[in-house]
Structure formats: C-alpha cells, structure tokens
Design a protein around this ligand. Sequence first.
Ligand SMILES: C[S@@+](CC[C@H](N)C(=O)[O-])C[C@H]1O[C@@H](n2cnc3c(N)ncnc32)[C@H](O)[C@@H]1O
Length: 245
Amino acid sequence: MSAGDKLARSFGAATVSVDQRQQLIRRTFAQVAPRYDVMNDLMSMGIHRLWKSAFVALAAARPGEIAVDLAGGTGDIALALASAGARTLVVDPSPEMMRAGRGRPGADGLRWIAAEAERLPFPDASIDLITISFGIRNATRVDDALAEIARVLKPGGRLFCLEFSTPQAWLRPFYGLWSRTAIPLLGAIVSRRRDAYRYLVESIRRFPDQAEFASMIASSGLVDVEWRDYSFGIAAVHSARKPAA
Ligand SMILES: C[S@@+](CC[C@H](N)C(=O)[O-])C[C@H]1O[C@@H](n2cnc3c(N)ncnc32)[C@H](O)[C@@H]1O
C-alpha cells in the first residue's frame, strides 16, 4: 500500500470512504471559512505569518511566471506571489474559502478556480510555479495530487509545499497538548466549530513526517527534493522541481 493510500485509509477506512472523507473536508472548510484567517492567527499565535512570508520568499516568484497556489483558500499566498509579478491563480475546491478571500485588497487581480489538487484543470507542462500551503494534507489522495502537480509543471518548474510536520522529539509533548486542547477550544470559542478544529488537528497528526513526505514527492517524478523545518519541525517546507525536458 502506498503512503498516500495509508493516509487516505488512516481516516477510518472501515467506516469512512474516500468520498465521505472528501465531503467531511468540504464541510469542515465551509464551516470555518468566515473565521479562518483570525483562527490561524490565534492558533499559531501569529507565527504562521512568519512561516508564510519565509515560504513566499523561498518560492521566489518571478515577473511573468504562471503561478498556481493550490488549496489557496483565502488567497494570502497567491496575493504575495502576484505582488512579485507572477500571473497567479488560486485553486481550491471550497467556494466558501475563496469567497472569504475575495474581499482582500488586490484579490481582483487573481484568478480563482474551484478544483481539487487531484484533478487539476490545466494542460500538461503549463505552470512555472506551484505553491501549496497547509493544503496537501487535505487531499484525499496525496499521491494523485503529487502526480497532477508533476504533470502540469513545465520542465524546470518548481513546487513549494508548506505543511505542518513532525516536531523535534523534545517539543512533541507540549505541542501535542496545545493542539489537542487549546486548538479545539479556540475553535469552539472563535468559530463555534470545535469538531472542525478537531479534524484539523487529527489531519496534522496523521500526516507523514518530513522524510516520508519527501519520498512521496520523489515518487511522483519530481527531483531535487529538499525540506527545511520551521519552528523545530512544527511546520516544514518541501521543495522540488520537474526535471528539464
Ligand atoms: C488549511 S486551509 C489552507 C488555506 C491556505 N492555503 C492557507 O495557507 O491559509 C486548506 C485548504 O485546502 C483546501 N482543500 C481541501 N481539499 C482539497 C483538495 N483535495 N485539493 C485542493 N485543496 C483542497 C480547503 O478547501 C482549504 O481551503
């Protein structure tokens, strides 16, 4: 069984089908969308902004490039790519998340497309840069999403993926306590969606660690796979590129 299948099945294969999981994820993001940005600030105590700005700097979008921010949600990463001069598209299956982002200043300059990472509505070899921030763990089939990314990237095109990951051992007890107690509690208070935030915490806990995710990316055919940890591994950025033709 591939790591992607293991991940899909880990959400209770006996009781939850892939379709049901997809619906659960859709519902979760529809519910949290109106308070998503403020919850991010509270859950991470603002640190996600630092991670994201380091991530955007690493991706180094160039003027004229075609950039896709996958699982782009409310569009913060996409806006940063666009401000570097890239022609930027936000791709996300949740109309509610994208609606929450469309009011941001500058959002009119982006293209917003409702689609899943597993089925990208782009021709082969058409995209220069793909970013995906805190989104890949929501793909029901991570392997399929990576295969799609590899398909649509141009030869030499780059992938940058920011995701929660596995913190260093000394930090795990504190981090575990924070995520199991404080995050659902904040979710209950701020967005009145304790269950939705339980799902988010659970999806983080079940996501492959840095090395395993790197090997999944390499299996998709991308090369030069590397990662760097943020905040002692609470989050990590994986990068890779499509081999030149
Ligand atoms: C935690 S949010 C991240 C949003 C944004 N990228 C950020 O960094 O704040 C995860 C996003 O993944 C989207 N998503 C869920 N399933 C997806 C899939 N199969 N393909 C692409 N995006 C998906 C959700 O709709 C949601 O907007």
